[in-house]
Design a protein. Sequence first.
Length: 142
Amino acid sequence: MSEKNLAAPCGIYCGACRQYLLSKKDLLEDRGYKQGCKGCRIRNKNCAFIRRDCPALKKRELEFCYECENFPCQKLQKIDNYYQEKYSVNMIGNLKRLEEVGVEKWLQEQEKLYTCPKCGGEICVHDAECYDCGNKINPNIE
């Protein structure tokens, strides 16, 4: 799988997503979930948030929302507000950073951010928990 797949068009880091991590770590059944995810780019039009409603992303005219002349659009602002309130994740800020430093560096930054300081495992943004040692942590809250 291409690592670029973990950089969602909307600014989410898929490597910290519950559905991605549960699938990767074979924890779906243990945690009561039926379906995992391998990243938004692989899911294509089944992207949980924006792609299904965005003609430019559907037609693959854009790789990331920041490339759009309407950035940030109303749909992106809505999901960004939700993610900021619920998980302290700033998707629009992520997209601006992604544009500034490029995909490879941004992915390195995100991987480092979501690495558990206790065990070096992977932190789930949705559960604020390391899926390797159980450490409760949200790296987006200082």
